[in-house]
Each structure stands twice: as C-alpha cells, then as structure tokens.
Design a protein around this ligand. Structure first.
Ligand code: SF4
Length: 408
C-alpha cells in the first residue's frame, strides 16, 4: 500500500477550494560532490545514492533552463521577492562562472519588479578573497558551516582521509569577517552533536560575531533514528542541549546574533507565522534543482530513503507549476491538515507544526506521524513559552498601578 502522502488527492483538494503556494525559495545544486566527508551528511552518507549518477557541475544549458523556469514561475505568480540558494555538495567546487551566470541570469530574467536575495551555503574550505570579491559584487550572502571549536567541529566535519577541516574554515571566517567582506556574511550553520558541550559550541560560534546562527538537528526518522534519540523513550537530550544555549542567549545583556530556531518559536508563541520549515504550520515554498536539471523536493528527504526527493520532473520539460500539482509537494503546504492525529490534539501544535517534515517518516505509514524529535520539541517549546510567560507577567506587574498598601 502506498505511504502517505502518495495517496493524497490533490485534484480533490483543489476542487474543494485549496490552492497551492507558489515557490519562493529555489535551491540550486550547482555541484553534486563535496571536498569533505562529514559523518552526518544526508547527501552522501544516508539513504539516497542519486548523487552518484549526476554530473558534477551544473552545465550552462541547465543553468539557463533553470533561470528561465524561475522567471516563468515569478511571472505567473507575480512574486515580489524570491530567494535563490546556491547549494551542493560543495557549491564553491562549481567555480565562479556558474555562480555569476545564475545570479546575474535570474536577476536579469525576473526584472526590477522582483527582489532576488541570493545566498550560498558552503563548508568554507575553498572560501577565499576571489570568491568574496565576487559575492560582494553580486550581492550574494554566504552561510558557512561551523560546528564549534576544533574538537567539536572536527568530530564530524572531516575530509575523506580523516583530517579535520576546522583550521581551513577558521581561516576563511577570519577573511569573511574582515571589514571589506563582512557585509556578505549571512551566518553560521551548526549541526548539533550531543557529544559537544553546548556552551563551548555557542561561544566558538560567537567568536565570529555572526549575524545569524542556525542550529540543525541531525537528520533521522522513526525507522532510522537520529543519534542519541531513542524513538520510544521520553528523554529530551536535544532539547536539553538547546535549552542550555537558549537560556544564555535569551538572558544576554549585550547584543547577540539571531538564532533562527529560537526566534521562530518566539514569533510563533506570540501569534506570528513561521518563515522556515523548522517549526510552525506555514506552507513549504521551496523547490530544488539538481545539477542534471532534475526538479526535486527538499533535499533533506535524501535522509529518508533512496529516491525520496525525486519528482520525475525536469527543467528542460516541466515547469515549477507542474511540481505544485504533486501530492508530495501539496502535503507540505496543507498546514494542520497534514498533521498526524496526535499532533492535531497536541496543545503546542500551532508552534511545533509536527517538526521538520523529514523527521516524521516511518516505513509503512510514510510522513503521517509526529516528529521523531517529538519529546525534544515539546520540551524546548514549553520551556521557551514559560520564559516568555514569566516576562510578560513581570512586564504587566511593572505597568500596573501600585496599591496604597504596597511598599514603594
Ligand atoms: S510536540 Fe510532538 S505531538 Fe506536539 S505537534 Fe510537535 S511533534 Fe506533534
């Protein structure tokens, strides 16, 4: 029997009035290989093997076809703003020519009425002044992966021969944070390893005064659980790790970087909508193009099973609107209607949103499950909620007039 959401009736949903959300985030895999062999990598070390059959670099023909498909989608939906994310593998292995071609191509194809935010996510090893000058010229913001100090980072982020990459990443970050390049610094991406001390990790990231930090949970699901997460247990090791940092971040008496996960949860708790797929119920509006032109769903699905991200669509044949008709894409745009029964009954479902879609998978039932991180998410969100509630109560007390018999 087909797993959910393959059984989803998109035509029926449309007939009932539901409308898909156009894509606003285009993740372009401009190089399919990497110069590191990180232990937790979902592209090369988990279920999917699709990278082996793809060209290493996106060709000019596929780059131009992708640019045209983006412009077609922007035009069809009159999008005022989109984000183009250059990704890999390691995108810097593609060389400056592809990067320039795509960024200038998209901006010119969509015209002045659409703002194009261009970003690139790199492991930092090849990041040099030549690239940074290019990014300054093209207004591309750069995110760098850093998992903490040398011991923390090199625990996982190593080359194929076992050598760590921390030294090279730190050199790149020193260059990136020089005054002439700092404006292209987008932030740091840190994957959590429970073996690393959270405060040491946080302080190692703060050394570079990043504008933003993304903490990522290692990918896994009910069938292939993440490290240290007993899917049947109530322990909350990832929440405990993150709460240690949250408490330091939240109570800081000086400027601190944005921590997107914490800000998203705070925003949702105060009644806002989520801007990322980490938490919340906002429709996912991102689509991936691989180096060979294949249109794919979130590449995080590569952690689930071989071919899980595939759509069968290709930029030379198909439009991004064709992708919006697929059950697997629609499932990520349905909000509460896509949640498992336990999530719908959960008191924090509007904030948690069932967690990241890929973490809900269980062989047999597909994605109709709570997150494998459910106890961690519940603990983290309720902890943050209690801090906010305490602050709001204190603020209300401060504003209320003192009673006559209350001491001054
Ligand atoms: S905390 Fe658990 S039950 Fe509640 S919405 Fe999140 S994943 Fe679902």
């Amino acid at each position: 029997m087909a797993e959910w959401p393959l059984t989803l009736d998109v035509d029926g949903l449309r007939a009932a009035g539901w409308r898909p959300t156009p894509f606003r985030q285009f993740i372009l895999k401009i190089h399919s290989r990497c110069d590191l062999a990180c232990t937790y990598c979902y592209v090369y070390k988990m279920a999917d093997s699709g990278w082996q059959g793809r060209p290493k670099t996106m060709s000019p023909q596929i780059a131009d076809a992708t640019v045209n498909r983006i412009a077609e989608h922007v035009d069809a939906h009159r999008l005022p703003e989109i984000e183009v994310i250059l990704h890999g593998g390691e995108p810097l292995l593609a060389g400056p020519g592809v990067i320039r071609r795509i960024v200038t191509g998209v901006r010119s194809a969509v015209g002045d009425r659409t703002r194009v935010a261009a970003t690139l996510q790199t492991n930092g090893v090849l990041l040099d002044s030549r690239y940074l000058e290019l990014f300054g010229e093209l207004e591309v913001r750069v995110g760098v992966s850093l998992d903490g100090d040398e011991e923390a980072h090199d625990r996982n982020r190593r080359r194929a021969d076992g050598r760590g990459s921390h030294r090279h990443v730190v050199e790149a970050l020193r260059l990136l944070t020089k005054p002439e390049f700092r404006r292209v610094f987008g932030g740091l991406l840190c994957t959590i390893d429970l073996g690393n001390d959270p405060i040491r990790v946080y302080e190692a990231l703060l050394e570079f005064d990043p504008p933003a930090i993304d903490f990522l949970l290692p990918h896994g699901n009910w069938t292939t659980p993440p490290p240290g997460r007993d899917p049947d247990g109530d322990a909350t090791p990832y929440a405990d790790w993150l709460i240690t940092i949250f408490d330091r971040w939240y109570h800081a008496d000086h400027d601190v970087p944005r921590v997107r996960l914490f800000e998203e949860i705070l925003h949702l708790l105060l009644g806002g909508a989520s801007a990322t797929e980490l938490v919340g119920l906002s429709p996912a509006a991102m689509i991936v193009v691989e180096t060979d032109g294949a249109i794919e769903q979130s590449d995080l699905l590569k952690s689930v099973y071989d071919g899980a991200a595939a759509t069968g669509l290709h930029v030379l044949r198909d439009s991004f609107d064709d992708a919006l008709r697929l059950p697997a894409i629609a499932a990520r745009q349905l909000g509460r209607a896509a949640l498992a029964g336990r999530c719908r009954a959960c008191p924090i479902s509007a904030v948690c949103g069932g967690g990241l879609y890929v973490h809900r998978y269980r062989a047999g039932s597909g994605f109709a499950n709570p997150s494998v991180y459910c106890p961690d998410l519940f603990r983290l969100i309720t902890h943050i909620r209690s801090r906010v509630a305490a602050d709001l109560a204190a603020a209300a007390r401060d504003r209320s007039p003192r009673s006559a018999d209350e001491p001054a």
